[in-house]
Design a protein around this ligand. Structure first.
Ligand SMILES: O=C[C@H](O)COP(=O)(O)O
Length: 255
């Protein structure tokens, strides 16, 4: 991409980023720095994505800025501890979370079928109510099978997910164009108003633009807005800001 293309990609990508800090060593200080970084001279990111116990800190800093606060629950393992997931969700919402990123209990989904997964998504959605958006993280690299990705997407959409998110960023395989295609085709077929969040290992504008091209191809141009499309990324904003300030490109991971 030349400098003009990078700049135009950066302007498109910036409002779609959920700037993420889900490091196990995250801290209130780190969340404060993340919150400050989310408000750039070129406009805000869509949101920040953090651990539930830091929502209160972020809320006090971001209140009124338009930057949404997403809390990751059942993260990153995707276990079946329903009570723990509901308690974390309830607390995050009470502290001011605008969005919940819930990891599907994917091992149980693969081994035992849909019952626990449906129950968990339905119960978390009930806590979210009409105000708080629910993103369901499939962990597509672990599901590792097209039919499973498709059926997990269907289950999430049927139980009220507002977004399907590919990955935690902690698995060996995270977002991929192949998984994205399956999810988007399912969304197109079942619930065009639902969104997709690509997450894990996306750190260059080149990669981000490749995902946007696929979204344009499958859903049509104009579909990708912050209401339907996000990049969950800890590093992508750096390349966006470099492009907007005219610096050189970061090396692409090569999609
Ligand atoms: O939920 C988002 C991911 O954890 C971000 O992954 P990343 O650090 O590879 O960008």
């Amino acid at each position: 991409m030349n400098a003009a293309d990078r700049r135009s990609a950066a302007l498109r990508v910036l409002p779609l980023i959920d700037l993420t800090d889900l490091d196990e060593n995250s801290s209130p200080l780190a969340v404060a720095a993340l919150s400050a970084k989310a408000i750039t001279p070129h406009g805000p990111t869509a949101g920040i994505c953090i651990w539930p116990h830091f929502v209160e800190t972020a809320k006090s800093l971001l209140h009124g800025t338009g930057v949404r606060i997403a809390a990751a629950v059942n993260f990153p393992d995707g276990g079946t501890d329903m009570d723990g997931v509901l308690a974390d969700t309830e607390k995050a919402i009470a502290d001011g979370a605008d969005e919940i990123d819930l990891v599907l209990p994917h091992r149980d989904f693969v081994e035992n079928g849909v019952i626990i997964s449906r129950q968990m998504i339905k119960s978390v959605k009930k806590l979210c109510g009409p105000r708080v958006r629910l993103k369901v993280i499939l962990d597509t690299g672990t599901l590792d099978n097209d039919a499973l990705i498709e059926s997990a997407s269907e289950v999430a959409l049927e139980e009220g997910a507002d977004f399907i998110k590919t990955s935690t960023g902690k698995a060996e395989v995270n977002a991929t164009p192949e998984a994205m295609r399956i999810i988007l085709e399912t969304i197109r077929e079942f619930r065009r108003d639902a969104g997709i969040k690509l997450a894990g290992g996306i750190s260059t504008l080149e990669d981000a633009r490749h995902y946007l091209d696929i979204a344009d191809e499958i859903m049509g141009e104009g579909w990708t807005t912050p209401e339907t499309f996000r990049f969950g990324a800890s590093g992508l904003l750096d390349d966006v800001l470099a492009a907007l300030s005219g610096s050189a490109a970061a090396p692409s991971t090569g999609y």
